[in-house]
Design a protein around this ligand. Sequence first.
Ligand code: ATP
Ligand code: MG
Length: 205
Amino acid sequence: MTGKNRKLGIMGGTFDPVHYGHLVTAEAARLEFDLDQVLFLPSGVPPHKTDKQVTSAEHRYMMTLLATLSNPHFEVSRLEIDREGVSYTIDSLQILREQCGPDCELFFITGADAMFEIIEWRGSDRLLRIAHFIAASRPGFSLSELPPDTRRWVDEHRNRFHLLNVPAMAISSTDIRNRVRMGRSIRYLVPEQVEHYIRRHRLYQ
Ligand code: ATP
Ligand code: MG
């Protein structure tokens, strides 16, 4: 993972399961910011989801792998799922920063919803020194409604923040899990291979 002036996108998430909202966002970021690669980074034990039931990391990793296989610019990292304990984005970015080398620029991609929490993330200032931050539009979350302290913080780091408009997909993993539980279709919300994987492993029942 080295090279001159490489631009690496990083798409963190629980991916429980991965869906077309994630994929369309990653691809839009790649094209808009001329990224060489987008690395999907499934979380181990997500810091904000420790109290909830999360599907095993291996299942989430496999589904993310299946969903991204057909795009030569997409990769999936085992970094967080192989690490013990709670994974913080800042720790992962620091490791990726080192692996990528000095001529490599990192772009951390999130949906607009994450912007409402980012200020509470561990090391959020440090995060911005390590990586650019791409905030992608997401139905239901308007960046114009950010709380004033977040707004101020974004303004202070204006040169590191980038807005990205992606085709609106009102899809969430929560909704997909609910649909599966209720026996409703998830066709066209997730790639076919992911749909099959969920069925085969009886996930989200
Ligand atoms: P959950 O409902 O379990 O929280 P989710 O659909 O929000 O799942 P995550 O794995 O939490 O998916 O999200 C990973 C990243 O993808 C986050 O930065 C999130 O903002 C972004 N994202 C998820 N869904 C969309 C979407 N439909 N459009 C744009 N960004 C999205
Ligand atoms: Mg989420």
